[in-house]
Design a protein around this ligand. Sequence first.
Ligand SMILES: Nc1ncnc2c1ncn2[C@@H]1O[C@H](COP(=O)(O)OP(=O)(O)OP(=O)(O)O)[C@@H](O)[C@H]1O
Ligand SMILES: [Mg+2]
Length: 159
Amino acid sequence: MNQFDKFFAGGAISIEKGFFAWSQDEPPILKDINIEIKPGKLVAVVGQVGAGKSSLISAILGEMEKLGGKVNSNGKIAYIPQQAWIQNCSLRNNIMFGKAYNESVYNKVINACALKPDLAMLPGGDSTEIGEKVMGIRLCLIVFARSNQKMHVIHRVST
Ligand SMILES: Nc1ncnc2c1ncn2[C@@H]1O[C@H](COP(=O)(O)OP(=O)(O)OP(=O)(O)O)[C@@H](O)[C@H]1O
Ligand SMILES: [Mg+2]
């Protein structure tokens, strides 16, 4: 089986009989979790406040104590946190975030993230310095554009 077949053979993310706690000596917050997310699928996790939605993402990212079960993920994970943040620098630098600039990839990302109208509105285009003034959905779109990786775990993109 080559690497490509391997990637599509299993779920992009899977948890089998997962038990997770926020520390070793606490009872598990997530119990008997079984999920399989196939490549290319868009999955939304909904639930009441405190139900464990953020914890589930932390479990996938390996940030919780695993008390039992198996977690697998293929490919890269880009995590967009509930509280997105940007630096006080240009819009382009906030998207590139240290990565080498490639015009065609960059333009694809700008289009995919619906940021073109924003660039047109800004006095200096994507060289405009942006900072704490950017909020809500626009902030999410910029952070989403930053994470142009293979796989996305998107955390509450809301206004
Ligand atoms: N970083 C953390 N460290 C310790 N405990 C945490 C952490 N994050 C969440 N918890 C606890 O995990 C439980 C589930 O909360 P979680 O934040 O996962 O719920 P949620 O479904 O994301 O809620 P919300 O709708 O408010 O975002 C709560 O008891 C919460 O206090
Ligand atoms: Mg949450």
